[in-house]
Design a protein around this ligand. Structure first.
Ligand code: TRP
Length: 333
């Protein structure tokens, strides 16, 4: 059998994608599609787990996310792009895996814990939200993914998937399911423009791939820097300063960046100058993406058709896995 080089990743469509998505996973996907068999899922069912009352938002965001993918260079000729809710096998696999995970284990998933706090669920956590790591394991295993390129906040999901795979294969004495591993990004995570640890829509601290120039300008201007860097002549801190983290991620001129960092740390370099450089760098990155997006936006029917085609391909693969899973469990009638 050929070496398994399957990749599965995805995003929740709750709005357009932002720079954090790019750094965490999208950048890797653009690269890996040339060497791997890549599946990219628009996880609309997972998005509903914390947006049950906003199905219209999810639906419109599916197209936004697809446009984001295309404009950054995820190529449907190389990558299968599809919609989660159109893959029934994922839901079925989820039902079987649910029995292999304890409630207590779910309660201790670190990412779920953080998100429950951020979303302010308190004791009103939707059951579907609580179990989404299991449905994410179904996403990954349905495509026998060996690799999952994601940001570090998703590592607990991959760990839980590995546990489910092992438990399944052991319980049913099979090797039907594949243990996935994470492919980590160059920069573990991008902070928000407010300096919080993670850029996210929920925290309202994101720069979107589709933000127009004026909006990016505004956001960069009000970015959090080193709060103790009050006067230009003061020495400033580079670590934990999101302006520099963004430059690390997006500035191709590493030499210039290093000399800026040195200058900032010595004192004498103002935030305004660093932000001006960041804006320049971001514009260089974003303007071709915006341009491509405009092109794809002209023919939304073609984008939806592309998704439909991807979904058909994805169903073939997921249905085959489901069949093997049921065979392994001996529930074939
Ligand atoms: N949980 C991921 C996120 O919030 C999205 C996602 C859903 C995913 N299914 C996946 C990521 C499978 C990787 C693999 O960004």
């Amino acid at each position: 059998m050929a070496e398994n080089k399957n990749i599965l990743t995805g995003d929740r469509p709750t709005g357009p994608l932002h720079l954090g998505h790019f750094v965490g996973s999208l950048a890797n996907r653009v690269k890996l599609q040339d060497t791997h068999k890549q599946y990219v899922m628009i996880a609309d069912m997972q998005a509903l787990t914390d947006h049950a009352d906003e199905p219209e938002l999810i639906k419109s965001s599916v197209l936004e996310v697809a446009l984001d993918y295309l404009s950054i260079g995820i190529d449907p000729k190389k990558t299968v792009i599809f919609i989660q809710s159109l893959i029934p096998a994922i839901s079925e696999l989820t039902m079987y895996y649910l029995n292999l995970v304890t409630w207590n284990r779910l309660k201790h998933n670190p990412t779920v814990k953080v998100e429950i706090r951020q979303k302010g669920f308190k004791d009103q956590v939707p059951a579907g939200f609580m179990i989404y790591p299991i449905s994410q394991a179904a996403d990954i295993t349905a495509f026998k993914a060996k690799y999952v390129p994601v940001g570090d906040d998703q590592i607990p999901m991959i760990e839980q998937t590995v546990e489910i795979v092992r438990k399944f294969n052991r319980t049913y004495n099979t090797s039907a399911l594949v243990e996935p591993e994470t492919i980590s990004p160059a920069i573990a995570r991008l902070p928000g423009i407010d300096g919080q640890a993670k850029m996210s829509k929920t925290l309202n601290n994101a720069i979107y791939l589709s933000d127009p120039k004026e909006v990016v300008e505004k956001k960069v201007k009000k970015m959090y820097t080193d709060p103790n860097h009050l006067r230009i002549e003061d020495p400033g801190k580079v670590e934990g300063n999101p302006v520099f983290t963004y430059l690390d991620a997006f500035d191709p001129d590493k030499e210039k960046l290093q000399s800026m960092k040195d200058h900032y740390q010595r004192g004498g370099l103002g935030d305004m100058v660093v932000k001006k450089r960041l804006l320049e760098v971001l514009e260089k990155f974003l303007s071709p993406i915006r341009k491509k997006r405009k092109e794809y936006e002209k023919d939304k029917t073609a984008v939806l058709q592309m998704l439909k085609k991807g979904t058909d391909q994805a169903n073939l693969v997921a249905n085959q896995t489901l069949k093997e899973v049921k065979q392994a469990m001996g529930i074939v009638y």
